[in-house]
Design a protein around this ligand. Structure first.
Ligand SMILES: Cc1ncc(COP(=O)(O)O)c(C=O)c1O
Length: 304
């Protein structure tokens, strides 16, 4: 597969309005052509920052509390002072949305780094002028043209004491390398194993399989504590669909009836093949279809 043939789990319809969006940069809201950060920024130099991806439906940010919980927990973990409270962050998000007159089908990437350094070196104390805070809101309707092909890769999900895979850190090099390896193997994105060889997650989404009517996902160790992942688990529980957070291997996975990914952007994205093996029929399956409908109902309730 040539590079250009790959499909990503974050593919959206082209929207010409995105050429002229306004971007939030440290309290200013400016045209995207003027939205810049310093080459001394710790996010640019070191990937030293955190981010959240949120979606707006019908004028409401979905699962905003959960996203704010995760953002502030990450800030605490990396000892980054955001410089404002939750209300301030939400106000910045809302100001960006309003400046763009956005109402629905919007994706926000909210990024906060340790800020501009006085010297081009690693030590966090060199970031002295406060964080850099950027919000990009784009008009965004997912348009993933076919189920996703995955390939397993040598890049593992690490241990919590190296770089905790639960952190939405700016530095995503492990995931980026995993994705490159998967593309080189002819797939769209990477299926990553944990340190014990159990199936864990993909480079950018959480991963589920369906076997004999039951839904399986990893124990939750070594992967992003995805908000969509948790919503799918909760929906299974509320709708009598057996669901297990457990260890399972590639043998279980190749033999699954269905597989799908979860994430704020794509909700539930079906998987066609893994390492060249069709998963079930290789098409969107009945349980994935049901969970997509349940999740759409949940979004409709959350963002009426
Ligand atoms: C590595 C990784 N896995 C999974 C997810 C999905 O998480 P959520 O459902 O909260 O969007 C993300 C998104 O931030 C991610 O970066």
């Amino acid at each position: 597969m040539k590079h250009s043939d790959a499909v990503t789990t974050h593919q959206a319809l082209e929207d010409p309005r995105n050429a002229d969006i306004q971007i939030y940069v440290n309290g200013d809201i400016v045209h995207r052509d003027k939205a810049v950060v310093s080459v001394y920024d710790s996010g640019f130099m070191l990937g030293d920052g955190i981010w959240e991806g949120l979606r707006l439906y019908n004028g409401k940010w979905s699962f905003l509390d959960e996203h704010m919980d995760r953002l502030f927990e990450a800030a605490l973990a990396i000892d980054l002072d955001i410089g404002m409270d939750r209300a301030g962050v939400v106000a910045a998000l809302e100001a960006t949305r309003t400046a763009n007159e956005m109402h629905t089908d919007v994706h926000a990437r909210l990024m906060i780094t340790r800020g501009v350094k006085v010297k081009p070196f690693q030590h966090p104390s060199l970031s002295r002028s406060g964080p850099t805070f950027v919000i990009i809101c784009e008009h965004s309707k997912p348009s993933i043209p076919r189920p996703i092909a995955l390939a397993t890769v040598p890049h593992l999900r690490g241990l919590p004491m190296t770089q905790d895979p639960k952190l939405n850190s700016h530095s995503k090099l492990n995931c980026v390398l995993a994705c490159i390896a998967a593309e080189k193997a002819g797939a769209d994105e990477a299926l990553m194993l944990d340190i014990n060889g159990f199936v864990n997650t993909t480079n950018a989404c959480n991963f589920f399989i369906v076997k004999k009517g039951a839904v399986w996902t990893s124990t939750g160790d070594y992967c992003m504590n995805g908000i969509t992942r948790q919503k799918v688990i909760d929906l299974c529980r509320a709708n009598d669909i057996p669901v297990f957070e457990r260890n399972y291997s590639l043998v279980d996975t190749y033999g699954a009836d269905e597989a799908f990914l979860t994430g704020t952007f794509g909700a539930q994205t079906p998987v066609s093949t893994i390492d060249g093996r069709n998963i079930g029929t290789g098409e969107l399956g009945p349980i994935t279809t049901r969970l997509r409908a349940l999740y759409a109902d949940l979004i409709a309730k959350e963002c009426p």
